[in-house]
Design a protein around this ligand. Structure first.
Ligand code: 5GP
Ligand code: MN
Length: 317
């Protein structure tokens, strides 16, 4: 880990822009807010810009209002890209010219080492785990609010401590965050058990699309994106739903399919060791982890579903 390099960049520069991947998740939010705290408390000018707006369920986090979705017009000394494997995943253009130096802190396996300084650890559960290690290595003492940022990031990237990335190291880290006063129950509730009624109506419609393929080894749930507006729900209500696709016994690969016009996005999940990251990488721009990945196929829904099923079937045989 190049902590010295990161410290030098921080010491020698004044203005920082933070950003992370489209459809931001808890790790994006928590990592950015923890880094925001560290940089601003070190006297730096810090701005957070993301392509998408903050999912409402994370608005309980301290300082969450600093996460902005209005693109800045000025330039910065340093762009810190967090939890994002390549510049396209930012969802905005110009990342190579908005700052003099680009730093990338990430844990995605398909990371392309695109920045000037790449702090990439593909073996950790969350980007926040890397930030935790940075704080530890520098002896940085952070308040409970920042421990909550890190804890939220880790709990969400481990699916509430149920994915295979829930290692003893992860649990030790979370225990030490709990010792800093993190309210674990509150964070679980906000992250997982806090939904709008319109959002839950959306869920009921998504559940009604449940379908199994490949002798029950593949499960699919589907969402025409127009349904979100129709029900007065929001895009972030569809987060976490991909995990339902591998709840059934016998299912090895799950896909949650979101679509509009000629564009179909697959959120892939796996059990029993099938590598969905490898499957997603067969599609240009696709990628992710072995057990959770995604890709966009530029075809109408039915055609895209058949296309993806053919790829998955080959992988299962
Ligand atoms: P989710 O299905 O929860 O949106 O994403 C699961 C994992 O796959 C995350 O690590 C996410 O960053 C990654 N992922 C989702 N969609 C895409 C995509 O279109 N391209 C790439 N490269 N990664 C994706
Ligand atoms: Mn992550």
């Amino acid at each position: 880990m190049t902590w010295a390099e990161l410290s030098t960049v921080i010491d020698n520069n004044d203005s920082f822009l933070l950003s992370s991947h489209v459809s931001m998740d808890g790790d994006c939010v928590g990592s950015q807010l923890a880094m925001y705290w560290y940089l601003s408390s070190s006297g730096k000018k810090v701005f957070i810009y993301n392509h998408d707006t903050l999912p409402a369920r994370f608005s309980f986090l301290h300082n969450s209002a600093v996460i902005c979705s209005k693109k800045p017009t000025e330039t910065y000394d340093v762009l810190v890209v967090l939890d994002c494997s390549n510049p396209d995943r930012l969802g905005w253009s110009g990342s190579d010219s908005i700052a003099r130096i680009m730093v990338n802190i990430d844990h995605h396996r398909d990371n392309t080492n695109f920045a000037d300084i790449n702090i990439v650890d593909k073996n950790v559960a969350a980007t926040a785990q890397i930030i935790y290690s940075f704080f530890e290595s520098q002896g940085i003492d952070y308040p409970r609010e920042v421990a909550e940022h890190l804890y939220t990031a880790i709990i969400t990237d481990t699916g509430g401590f149920r994915f295979s990335n829930t290692t003893s190291t992860v649990l030790h880290i979370c225990a030490s965050l709990a010792e800093k006063g993190v309210d674990c129950s509150k964070i679980y509730q906000y992250s997982y058990d806090s939904h709008t009624q319109n959002g839950m109506m959306l869920w009921s419609r998504i559940w009604s699309t449940l379908e199994f393929f490949c002798e029950g080894r593949v499960c699919a749930l589907k969402l025409p994106l127009s349904l979100i507006d129709e029900l007065g729900a929001s895009y972030s209500d569809s987060e976490g739903i991909a995990d339902w696709t591998i709840l059934a016994q016998g299912v090895q690969v799950g896909m949650f399919i979101k679509y509009k016009d000629g564009e179909t996005h697959f959120s892939l999940r796996s059990r029993s060791g099938v590598d969905v990251g490898k499957i997603a990488q067969k599609i240009p721009g696709g990628g992710g982890h072995g057990s959770a990945a995604g890709c966009t196929v530029y075809m109408p829904f039915k055609e895209a579903e058949k296309y993806m099923l053919d790829i998955i079937r080959k992988e299962l045989d």
